[in-house]
Design a protein around this ligand. Structure first.
Ligand code: AMP
Length: 280
């Protein structure tokens, strides 16, 4: 695995590989790598000659200074994990390298950026679009891999690629879970034992709710999930919405022709966890 911290050095290497007609796959991450990231890297290395992984905790997508400060960082551990994978190139830039000047760009995604996560994390998706567009511009991958755990992010990135006329194939990867069902997340490292013990209830109630859709309305399922999770002493639902997977607009019935997903954000103490479940 080669490690690059400078855009110019990475460009030279990638130009060389492109001249050799290598197919380049890309997995952008914020580090604190877990098996969810590893599953993306595995899929990437299966379908590409070159697997580029980036680790960069992007300040512009954090709407909360404490969240940015406390975000887990452990490059030594990440390096040892990456060495067990088929990663060809790690891009690990400093802030000044990614933002040589302030990024003033404002992205609009037909209101997708303002709902669900966007409603509670103002500016978050603008920061995501800023960094992902820069990374795409630098790496110019053939294929890029994103997790469905961040479902809204995935939807927005597909739109970003369309808006910017990029020839990048966006590949959606399944959510990887702990054995107790908790969606893997770098933020899980921040959970104390007490909160970690109760966090799997989020997915438990999502899964249970999927078994009930035949006999319950959308409103009843929403109530079921929100009330049950809130009845756990240490959990507090921030939002739970049942939406069309493409428009992310709320749906009001279980129309079989509409692909439907439930998206949730829950506070376990100060730690904010997100998850989702496909209903059809
Ligand atoms: P992050 O480091 O949290 O920004 O995530 C980097 C990439 O890994 C994003 O595309 C995430 O959606 C994806 N990812 C994070 N957690 C998981 C998971 N549990 N399963 C699959 N992909 C994930």
């Amino acid at each position: 695995m080669k490690i690059f911290t400078k855009v110019t050095d990475l460009n030279l290497e990638l130009d060389l590989l492109r001249q050799q007609n290598k197919i380049i796959g890309f997995v952008p991450t914020m580090g604190a790598l877990h098996d969810g990231h590893i599953s993306l890297i595995k899929t990437c290395s299966e379908f590409n000659d070159i697997t580029v992984v980036s680790i960069f905790v992007n300040p512009t997508q954090f709407n909360n200074a404490n969240d940015l400060k406390n975000y887990p960082r452990n490059i030594d551990k990440d390096l040892s994990i990456l060495k067990t994978t088929n990663t060809t190139i790690l891009f690990f830039p400093e802030n000044d390298e990614m933002y040589p000047e302030k990024d003033e760009r404002v992205f609009k995604f037909d209101n997708l950026e303002n709902i669900l996560e966007g409603a509670f994390r103002p500016g978050h998706f603008n920061g995501v679009a800023q960094i992902v567009s820069k990374l795409f511009n630098i790496v110019k991958p053939n294929n890029a891999y994103f997790g469905q755990k961040d479902f809204q992010q995935l939807t927005i990135i597909k739109k970003l690629v369309t808006q910017l006329n990029l020839s990048i194939n966006i590949v959606a990867c399944e959510t990887f879970r702990e054995s107790d069902g908790l969606a893997m997340s770098s933020r899980n490292l921040l959970l104390s034992n007490e909160y970690r013990a109760v966090a799997p209830k989020i997915y438990k109630y999502l899964k249970d709710s999927a078994l009930k859709i035949k006999n319950n309305s959308i409103e009843e399922i929403k109530k079921y999930v929100i009330e049950n999770i809130n009845s756990e002493r240490l959990l507090k639902v921030e939002y739970f919405e049942i939406v069309n997977t493409e428009t992310l607009n709320a749906v009001d019935n279980w129309d079989n022709n509409t692909p439907i997903i439930g998206c949730i954000a829950v506070f376990a103490g100060n730690i904010r966890l997100i998850d989702n479940i496909r209903y059809n």
